[in-house]
Design a protein around this ligand. Structure first.
Ligand code: SF4
Ligand code: SF4
Length: 185
């Protein structure tokens, strides 16, 4: 059992793990490629969504968990609405991110795990993506110069406040408590 309350059995195939965690019937994918064709971020991906499914079916664990794709997916659900087999592909991508994170898989996309950690921490404590807080991420990832440039412009134009404007209501805080307990998936 890991910190999120979900179990990872190292002997379990990626296919079985994804089936267990997502409940999606990925074995039904017949490679029509409608997901990849409609994905607005397909040009950024190293492995297209339909290829992710093929790699899972073939047991190519590293090809999937080390890919940029699972982290670049924006969870827009376009693919899920296009799949003729009603596979919720966005949910599978989310599941794969969870498995990659919990097993410590290194992504081909540099700093992506750190980016997600900063994003979620800021969302949790400031209620939204609070740009000045991202300065720390930019400092650690080597992008501080660029951040200072656009950050200053945004601040001077009144587009970026120094302090967070929203702290989150009770429902919002309860959501993060559920996530911390491992109750939300
Ligand atoms: S949910 Fe992800 S994979 Fe699916 S269309 Fe959107 S960005 Fe592409
Ligand atoms: S749209 Fe569905 S069936 Fe077609 S390739 Fe994508 S996951 Fe497979």
């Amino acid at each position: 059992m890991d910190a999120s309350g979900q179990s990872i059995d190292k002997g379990t195939s990626l296919m079985s793990q994804v089936l267990k965690d997502s409940g999606e019937k990925i074995q039904n994918c017949f490679q029509c490629q409608k997901c990849a064709a409609g994905c607005p971020l397909n040009f950024t991906m190293d492995v297209l969504p339909n290829q992710v499914f093929r790699h899972i079916q073939y047991g190519h664990r590293d090809k999937v968990l080390n890919s940029k794709t699972i982290w670049l997916c924006a969870s827009c659900h376009t693919c899920s609405t296009r799949c003729p087999n009603n596979i919720d592909i966005a949910k599978v991508m989310d599941t794969l991110r969870g498995i990659a994170y919990r097993t410590g898989a290194v992504s081909g996309e540099k700093n992506i795990s750190m980016f997600h950690k900063y994003f979620l921490t800021l969302a949790k404590y400031t209620g939204r993506t609070w740009e000045p807080g991202f300065g720390l991420y930019e400092l650690k990832s080597g992008g501080l110069g660029g951040f200072m440039g656009w950050g200053l412009k945004a601040f001077l134009r009144g587009r970026m406040g120094i302090f967070p404007s929203f702290k989150g209501d009770k429902a919002y805080k309860d959501l993060f408590k559920e996530v911390d307990k491992g109750g939300a998936r």
